[in-house]
Design a protein around this ligand. Sequence first.
Ligand SMILES: NC(=O)c1ccc[n+]([C@@H]2O[C@H](COP(=O)([O-])OP(=O)(O)OC[C@H]3O[C@@H](n4cnc5c(N)ncnc54)[C@H](O)[C@@H]3O)[C@@H](O)[C@H]2O)c1
Length: 350
Amino acid sequence: MNTINVGVIGCGYWGPKLARNFNEMPGTHLAWVSDLSEERLAHMRQLYPEAHTTQDYHEVLASDVQAVAIATPVSTHHQLAMEALQAGKNILVEKPLAATVAQATEIAETADRLGPVAMVGHTFQFNPAVHAVRDLIASGELGQVYYINATRVNLGLFQSDINVMWDLAPHDISILLDILGMEPSQVSASGGIFVRPQCRIHEVAYLNLHFPNGILANVRVSWLDPVKTRRITVIGSKKMLVYDDIAENKVILYDQGVDVPPYSDTPEQFQLSYRHGPETIVPVQWREPLRLECESFIGCIRHGRGHCATCAGRGTLSCSQAWVGVKVVRVLEAAQKSLLNGGGRELVSL
Ligand SMILES: NC(=O)c1ccc[n+]([C@@H]2O[C@H](COP(=O)([O-])OP(=O)(O)OC[C@H]3O[C@@H](n4cnc5c(N)ncnc54)[C@H](O)[C@@H]3O)[C@@H](O)[C@H]2O)c1
């Protein structure tokens, strides 16, 4: 197996986690790391003395690395991704893929035209608990999905370049696309700015996503909440489930619901019958999602797009190719329009 040399651009909070994985994975070599900050590079040199470091990412693009992971602020994703693709590199761009649909689309189209792998870091698409939820929905265990509620809140980290929706909601939107296998047709969003009014950056946001077959999903994201919560509840006609990413038992299936009698002659008969069946812990074979994401990226480089072990028969969209990133940015862009225009419904245009 040939070793694949990897460069990581951006070594703030998230980049070092990518660097760790590429350093530990068999068959990859962390060859370069780049950051504008010399302090961050000094830290990376301590961790990875064998890696080259540079404040100028062009050096990474001019090197012999085959793969580049981009973990810089969102506003820089498009330029870095385009330059990396034009330099012939396979790219893994952190979420969200880009700051606009036009930019994200250009990245995906350029990758298609030039050939390299272009992936977006939708880490939760590689989360085994999300896979368990997706499989339960697909198997019909829950019946018809009525609605989904997603909560992703905690105290901090306040960002200075993007609002809370662009920061946290890409995770929930990518999860929804993955577990439902479809895109919403409309979205609305409202939110609040409380702590830093001068920044005009939303710190709390509520999104409502409307899917074509009537499924409704609500996503609540906040940097201003005392309890860290990463929870998704799926309500189906037969059963319900809760996926709590922080809990030890991450997915719990509830055999609960409400059955309406098929006919009724009296008001008494017209009663809803509540089912309170057992709760079942759904087994999840846990592995670090980011490791699976990095393995998928390298697997796609080795074996061709959509042919890594994670994709296994699920088509290219399953392993978070750039086009999935475009879909998520499409929802975010429509939601942003709604957020700034009083919370009305916006079409998620294709
Ligand atoms: N997948 C996840 O769960 C997850 C989690 C956190 C962050 N992220 C994503 O990772 C990306 C980075 O987020 P972060 O929290 O690490 O931000 P950060 O601000 O902590 O780090 C960004 C780093 O990029 C560096 N940088 C900026 N421009 C550069 C350039 N031209 N060349 C080299 N370095 C440059 C900065 O100096 C900084 O150190 C964002 O897209 C974010 O959404 C993903």
